[in-house]
Design a protein around this ligand. Structure first.
Ligand code: ZN
Length: 303
């Protein structure tokens, strides 16, 4: 692994870690890796992947303006860098923004896009989750979407189309998967991350669910696409890579069930799980918070 890639991975790991700790009370801040440089990648003739500056974004360029998925960290530099990259591929304004979920590394600049006249679309549970949201990722709670939907929404811009799906609670209780049918591409938000490849279900106030996480990936895999955008990680993934990721999550879930059924007490549950062969380092910030372990035991103990 070259040093640039190592830096990118470390930085995006730190950013996801921040998102994971969004619900935690203020604690001494861990040292953060420097943020990765923001970069735009052309994936289809009118579809771009913008990595860095928080969660990843996707940009669909149409004859009638652009559609942007996720607005990155709340600060002027990341907003400025994002606008510069958007301006390098289109002179049209961003007319529609879609939030994949509420975490501030994905919604940080919502208010700037709203002020510039964009419609911001999110799943209907987002405002409710924002009410009790505290985070170290942003100086204040990001702006809620201006347009809400419940299960699916068809967004048309110019001659292009994006379909929004809420497959139920997963990474959070208000996840949106964005499907681009003509481009055969899909943006999973943080239901899919390639660095680190650990399923991060944000339980508690964020209302995430590990079973739902797995289900949402399965639903997303039923759609026709051959390129998937992760919420963190520096390149798009193939269908086979997403399938393999879901298989590992299935295995993890069955190991958790086995351990619960074997009578492992709650405080020993995470440590009881073998995950090194899956490439999942659980037990850290994504899995250790007690409300997440509680949620896990609660949902995986059910018949
Ligand atoms: Zn997130």
């Amino acid at each position: 692994m070259n040093t640039r890639l190592a830096g990118l991975l470390a930085a995006s790991t730190a950013l996801i870690a921040g998102a994971a700790l969004a619900q935690a009370p203020a604690a001494p801040a861990a040292p953060r890796a420097p943020p990765p440089p923001m970069e735009i990648q052309k994936v289809r003739p009118n579809l771009y992947f913008i990595v860095g500056g928080g969660g990843n974004s996707e940009l669909l360029v149409t004859s009638d303006g652009a559609l942007l998925v996720d607005t990155k960290n709340m600060n002027d530099k990341d907003y400025g860098d994002l606008m510069k990259l958007i301006g390098s591929v289109t002179d049209k304004p961003v007319k529609v923004v879609v939030d994949t979920h509420h975490h501030a590394d994905h919604t940080g600049n919502n208010e700037k896009f709203i002020a510039a006249g964009a419609k911001v679309i999110g799943q209907e549970t987002m405002p409710e989750i924002f009410k009790n949201y505290t985070t170290r990722l942003a100086p204040h709670t990001p702006a809620s979407p201006t347009t809400l939907y419940a299960k699916t929404m068809d967004v048309r811009l110019g001659k292009s189309q994006a379909k929004l799906y809420h497959f139920g609670p997963g990474h959070t209780g208000a996840d949106t998967v964005v499907y681009f049918p003509a481009q055969k591409a899909i943006a999973f938000g943080d239901l899919l991350v390639s660095s680190p490849t650990v399923p991060n279900y944000d339980a508690g106030n964020a209302r995430g669910s590990l079973l739902g996480f797995d289900r949402a990936l399965g639903e997303g895999l039923k759609l026709k696409w051959d390129v998937a955008f992760p919420g963190h990680g520096d390149k798009p993934l193939t269908r086979d890579e997403v399938k393999a990721y879901k298989v590992k999550i299935d295995q993890l879930i069955s190991r958790i069930r086995d351990s619960i059924n074997a009578g492992t007490p709650k405080d020993k549950l995470i440590a009881s799980l073998k995950t090194d062969d899956l490439g999942f380092k659980i037990g850290g910030q994504f899995w250790a918070p007690p409300e997440r372990v509680d949620a896990l035991v609660e949902e995986l103990s059910r018949k």
